[in-house]
Write a protein that binds this ligand. Structure first.
Ligand code: SF4
Ligand code: SF4
Length: 570
């Protein structure tokens, strides 16, 4: 620190000059000066002696010219290190701890500390992330409701998690009223977030309209922030429907489009077998033209459509979707997440294959203005309705679940909207509350844990070797590519600086990925915790058998007390 030392030395010289003018006080002043210098030098030594370590959430990406990008998943800081700085950083990263005085480049140290790339040696970063995760998970004052006005659907997608045999019932007014009462009973509510879900929720549009009106009016009166979105197949989402929804504060729609016309119509036909592609695109165009609603097209990518996705993007371009309004695209793998997932078993690509292919698709979508996919999430991507303690999924019959993927299966319910006091009492409810990503070593050591948070609790709790739906998201598989792409978008690096050996699928910069074995171990951990909590052994067979097995009171051999009781009976 040459500048700081120089300044202290000048101060010391001035004090010595003053001492010479008053010989009577010379000794005392000299002692005082020595003390002052010793204090200042002590502070200096303290700063130089401060112990640091490289953050466990740092992810460096080497560049072709020897420089490097450095991303921190906890702070989301992204910086560019020159060749020399990258070398210093690598040396620091090899040490378990180092003192400030050991870093000759003070500006570099300040930049590293400022971005959270270097932290105090005693900082327990996992504890910091865990605290943040638990605080978000248990946030008081916010309620997230996913409401399925019906599980009925007019589409017959072969890979649907509900299977093809869907119920046709719709939500009755008593269920709607119970939902409103449930919201009203929440004390100190600050925000209510609603997602309309199904089946196809617009087949139960009357429930959406009535419930929205009741909830919005209550929230407005009590200054509770209200927001809503909908997951819809868009068959009924014409301009008028979009306007009806928008006036009820539905601000975003997630619509699934699976490739170009031919592929999509094969994958997502009506139950009658007719195609749906043209009408969906007509409706999207109308909705964008007539409202400010934001439409996010989800593209499920599998064996049959992976080579036709480009053609679908061309259709979006032809229709000027980006110019018409707020339209974006994202890609998701087709996966067999439930036993009812039908053709998903044949359709799915391996995660490595999906994540290799998705990079090119995302790149093209971004160039066309349909996506900004590489931006890291703001909070924990896995903080869904199921993970959040204040989140519930309510079916048309008033059955309450935690997770979208179990909503079609009553045996996995956590309770009933008519018995709000018991919503956390069931074994099914405990399975969700007891799961945490910090319990399994793969997530706990993951370099993107602060962004991901386990991603999908369902895949751990209901892990089944036959279904093979793994949780790690694309960010885990394409970490270096996304960091590089983001830096490229920011104009910090050019495309020719990419080092092919940095490809994440093999280089694994963000750590180990989950496998079926690690998921099974995580499931066993949840079952152990729930067994302790409920005072009886709960195993995976009971888990999959659902509520009847989980809630059955275990029979036991008659005790002395039982026998004594029997002997007194007439
Ligand atoms: S646990 Fe997974 S499937 Fe269930 S709601 Fe959350 S993200 Fe969706
Ligand atoms: S190991 Fe996978 S699921 Fe767990 S936090 Fe990391 S990316 Fe998410």
């Amino acid at each position: 620190m040459p500048d700081f030392e120089c300044q202290v030395s000048q101060d010391g010289e001035q004090q010595v000059a003053l001492m010479a003018q008053d010989s009577a006080r010379a000794d005392a002043l000299e002692v005082a000066a020595r003390q002052a210098l010793s204090t200042v030098h002590g502070r200096q030594r303290e700063a130089a002696a401060s112990r640091y370590k490289v953050s466990r959430y740092d992810i460096p990406v080497r560049l072709a010219d020897g420089a490097a990008l450095l991303f921190n998943s906890r702070t989301r800081s992204l910086i560019l290190l020159s060749d020399g700085e990258a070398q210093i950083y690598r040396e620091l990263a090899e040490r378990s701890a180092f003192s400030g005085g050991q870093v000759s480049d003070r500006l570099l140290l300040e930049a590293l500390v400022g971005g959270g790339h270097v932290v105090g040696a005693m900082v327990d970063e996992i504890a910091v992330v865990r605290d943040s995760y638990e605080a978000t998970r248990g946030a008081k004052g916010s309620l997230t409701l996913t409401i399925a006005p019906t599980m009925a659907c007019n589409f017959a997608c072969g890979y649907c998690f509900q299977g093809l045999n869907k119920p046709t019932t719709k939500m009755k007014p008593d269920v709607q009223n119970a939902i409103v009462d449930f919201v009203k009973a929440k004390k100190d509510l600050k925000s209510l977030s609603v997602v309309w879900y199904g089946g196809e929720p617009l087949m139960g549009k009357d429930s959406i309209f009535r419930l929205s009106d009741l909830l919005i009016s209550y929230c407005d009166k009590h200054k509770i922030a209200y927001s809503a979105g909908i997951v819809s197949n868009a068959w009924f989402l014409n301009g008028e429907m979009a306007a009806q929804l928008y006036t009820r504060r539905v601000r975003w729609v997630q619509v699934t489009v699976d490739g170009d016309r031919g592929t999509h119509d094969k994958m997502r036909p009506l139950t009658s077998g007719h195609g749906t592609f043209d009408r969906i695109l007509d409706n999207i165009a109308e909705a964008l033209d007539q409202t400010a609603i934001s439409i996010n097209a989800r593209v499920n990518v599998g064996q049959s459509n992976v080579d036709n996705v480009d053609a679908m993007l061309d259709c979006f371009v032809e229709r000027n979707f980006t110019r018409r309004g707020n339209f974006s695209v994202y890609f998701a793998p087709i996966e067999a997440s439930t036993p009812e997932s039908g053709s998903a078993y044949e359709e799915r690509l391996s995660r490595a294959e999906f994540n290799r292919k998705v990079l090119a698709l995302e790149e093209r979508a971004r160039r066309l203005g349909f996506a900004s996919i590489q931006a890291p999430s703001n909070g924990f991507a896995g903080m869904c309705v199921a993970a959040s303690h204040g989140g519930y999924v309510v079916s048309g019959e008033g059955v309450v679940h935690k997770c979208w993927e179990t909503a079609h299966d009553p045996s996995k319910r956590t309770g009933s909207i008519f018995e709000p006091d018991k919503l956390h009492a069931s074994v099914n409810a405990s399975l969700w509350s007891q799961w945490t990503p910090f319990d399994n070593p793969v997530c706990a050591s993951c370099k993107i844990l602060p962004m991901c948070g386990g991603f999908c609790a369902h895949r751990f709790i209901y892990s089944n070797p036959a279904e093979a739906a793994l949780p790690c998201p694309s960010w885990k598989w394409n970490t270096a590519e996304y960091i590089f792409s983001r830096a490229k978008d920011l104009g910090v690096v050019s495309a020719d600086k990419w080092v092919p050996e940095e490809a994440t699928v093999e280089a694994k910069q963000s750590g180990e990925r989950h496998s079926l074995d690690t998921l099974q171990a995580a499931q066993a951990r949840v079952l152990d915790k729930v067994s302790v909590l409920h005072g009886r052994q709960i195993d995976s067979a009971m888990l999959f058998a659902g509520e009847p097995a989980l809630e059955a009171v275990p029979s036991h051999a008659p005790t002395e007390a039982d026998r004594a009781l029997q002997s007194t009976e007439p």
